[in-house]
Design a protein around this ligand. Structure first.
Ligand code: FES
Length: 137
């Protein structure tokens, strides 16, 4: 595992994102309420660049004919077919039992591939295994 500096903390405001490429990996870094999360820019459904999707909320569980909206800013909607993912966990909203481990880089079912983000001073780093990013600077 190697830490790669990818942004200054103030560069990504709450609700914002930044697309970053390290080696041969492109991913999105998201600021969700002051917490940073990074996901590989590949949708587990059909490979869309999911990290350019709309950041939104979603329809909450509610009674029949009622449409309660919530979780604003916590959902990433894939630009191709509209699958929704929780930005804090990477979980597909329809199948929350399918989860990714925060440290490992792996795909489990319909969740996004997630990378740990750390902060050192005013710089954000993403932790990527050499097997993903390759050798190099
Ligand atoms: S490719 Fe993302 S929902 Fe289909």
């Amino acid at each position: 595992m190697k830490a790669h500096p990818i942004a200054k903390v103030g560069e990504i405001p709450p609700g914002g994102r930044k697309l970053v490429t390290v080696g041969r990996v492109q991913f999105g870094v998201f600021n969700v309420g002051g917490e940073f999360f990074a996901y590989r820019n590949i949708c587990p459904h059909a490979g869309a660049p999911v990290c350019v999707g709309k950041i939104s909320g979603t329809t909450l569980p509610s009674a029949v004919y009622e449409y309660d909206y919530g979780r604003e800013g916590g959902i990433l909607r894939c630009p191709w077919h509209g699958w929704e993912f929780d930005l804090r966990t990477g979980e597909h909203l329809v199948d929350p039992e399918t989860k990714l481990k925060r440290i490992a880089v792996e795909i489990q079912g319909e969740a996004l591939e997630k990378f740990p983000v750390t902060q050192s001073g005013d710089t954000l780093h993403v932790i990527l295994p050499v097997s993903v990013v390759g050798e190099g600077p």
